[in-house]
Design a protein around this ligand. Structure first.
Ligand code: PLP
Length: 495
């Protein structure tokens, strides 16, 4: 059955998957959502015999219904190849009673690679299908990891250019170094004097600037988004939850049909929404545990039904979760409002106006699959130390937030359901915070000295992504104010 995509903000004509991927965001500012969530059409048993690529095809074919089998398999094979340092693509590691799903074996060692290694191929295929002649300009705001993963995905891809905005003082030194050393004539990286929300809001504004779009079209350009609002990123993320379940089944860790819980360290709400979609496809997931850091706007939302971004923005050691406006939550809001675009629009208007909204009692019922909690900086560091000291496994700061929240959940509920924790970054990406959590003495060491020390104590080889930037020259040193973003884009494109 064909899946079409509606905007969350108006009842306009639904579009095909390839059109939704090309546009990224709907013209009315809404996000594209599937008109129904398709059910898995292979049994869990059948899936348990499949490779990552095969599972990915079984999931994506159900959502991207206007792609041919050949097109989709082509995209999948180009994405999930030797760029990943393990054939299984997303290994599961059992530690201290939980299963850590390592989503960081791609080229930039964070989970964003899972989707951003396929998005350029989905996008180019979509452009071809829709007879687009314009060059595609990818515009992205990043809290650190998306930027590099998008740059790596799009660098050198013909017919595309990519512009990345990041908060100049809001990413880790290694994240910044990864971005500013990016090669490729079609790449452009800019540090803004503001936080991630400023960057994201600025990008959204440029996207909905109709005059600019017209001007661009005249010069042979059009925008698309690599942000996690693009449905072409969300759907590839559904695949690894299905794959994780299939692996647990094939390894005899669970019985067919047994329910598992999933814990996701959350920022923009894309990753956990993908798990929610997997559940709605029929994957036996019980609770979706949403883990936040000190920017605990989602925890408060799940507790009270009020989403309120009017609060201090806290810089934490898990910067990719330092977010007060979780864009993908809009897709869940739309759904629990009964796919009511008017109601959703009313709430989103309140969010951009007063910075908050409250959902109805009815809508709260739709949140019963979710559990939200948060981990403080201290709890996060303690969790890294606990895992390391008990079994030698070293978590990154984001995964540690999830792991600490899982501990709180079990303590509160006594729920012993087998649990998969999404492990979203390699500890090598946040080396200083990770090493400081293990022992304060490491603070005196230099960044790359720490990398070598981590490799020693964790008994893990330094990932290629880190080796690469040790000596790479800085090739991007642009900075701008928040209100200069549009100007900067025009300059880069020469229009
Ligand atoms: C992006 C990111 C997250 C947050 O994921 P969302 O899909 O935005 O909720 C968590 N951890 C890491 C390492 C990330 O890069």
């Amino acid at each position: 059955m064909e899946v079409l995509y509606n905007s969350t903000r108006s009842k306009k004509n639904p579009v095909k998957a390839s059109e939704a991927i090309l546009k990224g965001l709907s013209d009315d500012g809404g996000l594209f959502v599937p008109d129904h969530i398709p059910a898995l059409d292979k049994s869990l048993k059948e899936l348990s015999d499949m490779s990552y690529q095969q599972v990915a095809y079984e999931v994506m074919k159900l959502f991207f219904t206007d792609f041919t089998e050949e097109e989709l398999k082509n995209c999948i094979n180009k994405a999930y190849d030797e760029k990943f340092d393990t054939e299984v693509i997303a290994p599961l590691v059992e530690a201290q009673g939980a299963y850590y799903l390592e989503l960081f074996h791609g080229s930039t060692i964070a989970f964003k690679d899972m989707a951003l290694s396929i998005l350029p191929h989905l996008l180019i295929t979509s452009a071809r299908k829709n007879k687009i002649k314009n060059e595609i300009v990818i515009l992205t705001a990043t809290s650190g990891d998306t930027g590099k993963a998008a740059l790596a995905g799009f660098a050198g891809v013909e017919g595309t250019r990519i512009i990345v905005f990041y908060p100049k003082n809001g990413v880790s030194p290694i994240q910044e170094k990864q971005m500013v050393t990016q090669k490729g004539d079609n790449t452009f990286v800019v540090g803004i004097h503001g936080n991630f929300d400023d960057a994201q809001t600025g990008v959204k504004k440029i996207f909905s600037d109709k005059e600019l779009a017209k001007e661009m079209d005249g010069k042979g350009f059009q925008f698309s988004s690599a942000n996690s609002i693009n449905i072409g990123r969300l759907v590839p993320q559904v695949c690894y939850y299905v794959y994780a379940y299939a692996k647990l089944l094939s390894e005899g860790k669970i019985a067919e049909g047994e329910t598992i819980n999933v814990v996701v360290p959350t920022g923009n709400f894309g990753n956990i929404l993908a798990a929610f979609y997997a559940k709605n496809m029929g994957l036996p997931i019980g609770k979706l545990i949403c883990a936040s850091n000190d920017n605990k706007v989602l925890y408060d939302f799940f507790r009270t039904g009020t989403y309120d971004r009017n609060r201090e923005f806290v810089l934490t050691t898990s910067p990719s979760m330092d977010i007060l406006i979780s864009s993908n939550l809009e897709r869940l809001i739309y759904r629990i409002a009964g796919n009511d675009a008017d109601k959703n629009k009313e709430l989103m208007t309140a969010l951009s106006g007063q910075g908050k909204y409250e959902i109805t009692e009815d809508m709260k019922q739709g949140l019963k699959d979710f559990y939200g909690n948060y981990a403080s900086e201290q709890e996060t560091a303690a969790e890294i130390a606990r895992l390391y000291e008990s079994c030698g496994y070293v978590l990154d700061t984001h995964t540690a937030v999830a792991s600490a929240v899982y501990g709180k959940y079990v303590k509160e509920t006594g729920d012993s359901t087998k649990t998969v924790i999404a492990s979203t970054a390699s500890p090598f990406k946040f080396t200083r915070s990770v090493m400081n959590a293990i022992d304060a003495k490491y603070d005196a060491m230099g960044d790359f000295e720490l990398v070598d020390e981590l490799s020693k104590i964790a008994n893990v080889k330094v990932p290629a992504a880190i080796e690469e930037i040790r000596t790479a020259p800085v090739v991007h040193d642009h900075q701008c104010e928040v209100d200069e973003m549009k100007k900067v884009v025009k300059e880069f494109l020469g229009i």
